[in-house]
Design a protein around this ligand. Structure first.
Ligand SMILES: [Zn+2]
Ligand SMILES: [Zn+2]
Length: 425
């Protein structure tokens, strides 16, 4: 790890150098994908090896290699096998992890596929996956798998080939946030509609600050992969459509939660272009969507609220921003009150100094009482992370709380800008 930090430092001291010694010493410019299965229930999960694949592009940064954010309920490490040196890491979350928090997971044990994508190592390496223990907030190593880079059984075939389109390309993927847009429930005859919806997504995302000011640091590409049928599944209304990604309303039995469990197809489609983040657009006018940190995001195409939904969901996907609202329901006690959440915009005041304490002026009481006369006052307001008590948010309203306003609070804004720069430096 020391070795790598030094290399990053050298790269940082010599701006404008075309070569990145850290990256090129360890990696080739393509992707190693490891598929796994996780299985379990409320009490815990186990991870099992499934498959290794080589994919043609590396869309990630060549400078931001070791994750410094602490974001996510999972953490993947890639180590050089010979020396143990940590050469890449990234936090993420999963739909399976969310499912483990439901009441169903207290009665049922289930399995789910997942995957991690890594820059392709030049020498034999070790993939480790750590899972955060909810009750303590600490990571525990649950999985490791050695990768022999010359192994004949690393799959190199392309499982699917579809045309791709550039919606907005501003520069080298190594120095941009790269979004890949995937269609679900658009037939071959509706591919032009999908392209229109991709343009609407891009316009929508970049019409809100701070994305607007940073639009030139983003690339957006689309994969033109049609489904056999138009629309999406709605189990409670007995509507089933044959679509490529199999997205469905009522995920975790929540009407608006529109997600897919078919992670392998997601990755296979995304691999058509260099990417950091996967966003699916589902061809339906019914309101819904969802997004999971560094996993994937989904929104619907034709809804009046679409642009605000895009930015809200993208906040979950891109940097794991927490929901700043409180509601009665299954997630009420998602955040243990004696653990500081890792989300940048929520606090339990256990370690508030690690959050936005530095942004408060000295006169602001902590917690801060609601004051309708000062809606923009930055403070520490009770109610957030689905809980009415004990979890706090930075401002009375924010796009991570309701869609009635037009901006992110200053805490979300700062965290978004920092994340853009990690991926786009
Ligand atoms: Zn949300
Ligand atoms: Zn916020």
């Amino acid at each position: 790890m020391k070795h790598l930090i030094l290399l990053i430092l050298i790269a940082g001291l010599a701006p404008g150098l075309p070569a990145q010694p850290g990256f090129d010493a360890w990696f080739e410019h393509k992707t190693l994908r490891l598929d796994f299965v996780h299985a379990g229930g409320h009490a815990g999960e186990e991870l099992f090896f499934d498959d290794l694949m080589e994919e043609p592009f590396w869309g990630g940064s060549t400078r931001y290699l070791v994750d410094t954010t602490g974001y996510g309920n999972y953490l993947v490490h890639l180590r050089d096998l010979a020396t143990g040196t940590l050469i890449y890491s990234r936090g993420f979350c999963t739909l399976f992890g969310e499912w483990r928090g439901t009441t169903e997971a207290k009665q049922v044990r289930r399995a789910c596929t997942g995957s991690v994508v890594l820059p392709y190592p030049k020498a034999d390496a070790l993939v480790e996956i750590l899972v955060r223990e909810t009750r303590t907030g600490r990571f525990e190593k649950k999985f490791e798998h050695p990768v022999r880079v010359h192994d004949d059984f690393i799959k190199r075939e392309r499982r699917a080939t579809y045309p791709t389109r550039e919606i907005q390309v501003t520069g080298d993927p190594a120095r941009r946030v790269d979004i890949v847009l995937l269609p679900d429930g658009y037939t071959a005859a509706e591919m032009e509609k999908f392209l229109d919806d991709c343009r609407a997504f891009t316009r929508g995302l970049f019409s809100f600050s701070p994305y607007r000011e940073h639009a030139s640091l983003f690339n957006v590409r689309a994969v033109m992969a049609p489904s056999l049928e138009s629309g999406t599944d709605n189990p409670r209304e007995h509507v089933w459509k044959n679509t490529l990604l199999g997205a469905s309303f009522y995920t975790l039995d929540s009407e608006r939660y529109l997600m897919t469990y078919d992670h392998k197809t997601l990755r296979t489609l995304a691999a058509h272009v260099p990417y950091d983040f996967i966003y699916v657009i589902v061809n339906t006018g019914k309101y819904g969507g969802g997004a999971i940190y560094n996993h994937y995001g989904i929104s619907v195409s034709g809804n009046i609220l679409a642009a605000k939904v895009y930015v809200h969901e993208f906040g979950h996907l891109f940097l794991g921003l927490g929901d700043e609202y409180a509601e009665d329901g299954a997630y009420n006690d998602m955040y243990p009150l004696d653990v500081e959440p890792w989300e940048a915009n929520l606090t339990t005041l256990v370690r508030f100094e690690s959050k936005w304490k530095d942004m408060l002026d000295a006169a602001t009481p902590v917690p801060t009482p609601l004051d309708p006369a000062r809606p923009d006052r930055l403070g520490v307001y009770e109610g957030g992370g689905y809980a009415f008590k004990g979890v706090y948010r930075p401002r009375q309203d924010c796009l991570m709380r309701t869609l009635s306003g037009n901006d992110f609070c200053p805490v979300c804004t700062r965290a978004i800008v920092e994340q853009v720069h990690r991926y786009a430096e």
